[in-house]
Design a protein around this ligand. Structure first.
Ligand SMILES: NC(=O)c1ccc[n+]([C@@H]2O[C@H](COP(=O)([O-])OP(=O)(O)OC[C@H]3O[C@@H](n4cnc5c(N)ncnc54)[C@H](O)[C@@H]3O)[C@@H](O)[C@H]2O)c1
Length: 253
């Protein structure tokens, strides 16, 4: 498939995990890709074997408005426009409300919510010109309450509704806004969880298609949502979760 030939895609959190898989997927489908991440070394390593003529590396903190403005400008200067924003960079902390420090809460909200806001706001004028779309990485943790991840769960709930709110307002400009909502996926964020066989077994039990998910499987759904194949889809939070949310949280019989 070559659904993104002559299109430019800006992916945040592109140095690792789901963001890197997304960058690769959009490149495979013909796009020019701006890869944005705060981790300069990781970003350069990730981009090393990717086609230089269609990749632009941008280092920055998505929680800053300046990063968002600069990344969108860089996309337009280098590739002539912007068709897709993948709002994906994210951070997580563990703990209930009493275990969550003000600093940790502020940081998670700054990256996962304010960062998505800055990026989407900076991208909108360009997306209106191209009648483009936004795909945000929310989470199954953004579809309902979740245990022991107070700050992260709060932030992903906000992302899920940011998608709905933006989709309603942006539809008149022909801009679509959707989310993928993954469950336990093999990435940098879950490195420690993956080392815990009991935890992995618990997830496996609750995910009919098995766990953990591969980031490429999430990226494939992102590409679908960003493509013309999904031209009638907007405001959707799409579980990409190997079936985990199908059961209302009930463990297997
Ligand atoms: N891994 C999972 O199980 C899972 C499940 C559901 C949702 N998600 C979501 O997927 C998204 C991607 O995470 P991942 O699992 O690929 O983790 P990851 O840690 O592999 O990748 C996240 C990337 O975001 C970058 N990043 C973090 N803060 C940043 C900032 N302020 N500015 C720019 N870049 C920043 C990191 O450097 C990293 O490269 C996140 O939004 C996460 O919440 C992950």
């Amino acid at each position: 498939m070559n659904r993104f030939k002559d299109k430019t895609v800006l992916v945040t959190g592109a140095a690792s995990g789901i963001g890197l898989a997304a960058a690769r997927r959009f490149l495979d489908e013909g796009a020019c890709v701006v890869m944005l991440d705060i981790d300069e070394a990781g970003l350069n390593k990730a981009a090393a074997d990717l086609p230089r003529d269609r990749v632009l590396v941008q280092v920055g903190d998505t929680a800053s408005k300046e990063t968002a403005t600069a990344a969108v400008k860089a996309a337009v200067d280098r590739f002539g426009g912007l068709h897709v924003l993948v709002n994906n960079a994210g951070v997580a902390t563990e703990g209930d409300i009493m275990q969550t420090s003000e600093d940790d809460f502020a940081h998670v909200m700054a990256v996962n919510v304010t960062g998505y806001f800055h990026m989407a706001k900076a991208a909108m004028p360009e997306l209106v010109k191209t009648r483009g779309s936004i795909v945000m990485t929310s989470s199954v943790s953004g579809l309902g309450g979740d245990w022991n991840t107070f700050a992260y769960n709060t932030s992903k709930g906000a992302v899920s509704n940011m998608v709905r709110a933006m989709a309603l307002d942006a539809g008149k400009d022909g801009v679509r806004v959707n989310a993928v909502n993954p469950s336990f996926t093999k990435t940098g964020m879950t490195e420690d969880m993956l080392k815990d066989p009991e935890l992995v077994a618990k997830f496996k039990e609750r995910m009919p298609l098995g766990a953990p998910e591969d980031p490429e499987g999430v990226a494939a759904v992102m590409a679908f949502l960003a493509s013309d194949d999904a031209r009638l889809v907007t405001g959707v939070n799409l579980p990409v979760d190997a079936g985990v949310t199908a059961s209302n949280g009930q463990p297997p019989m």
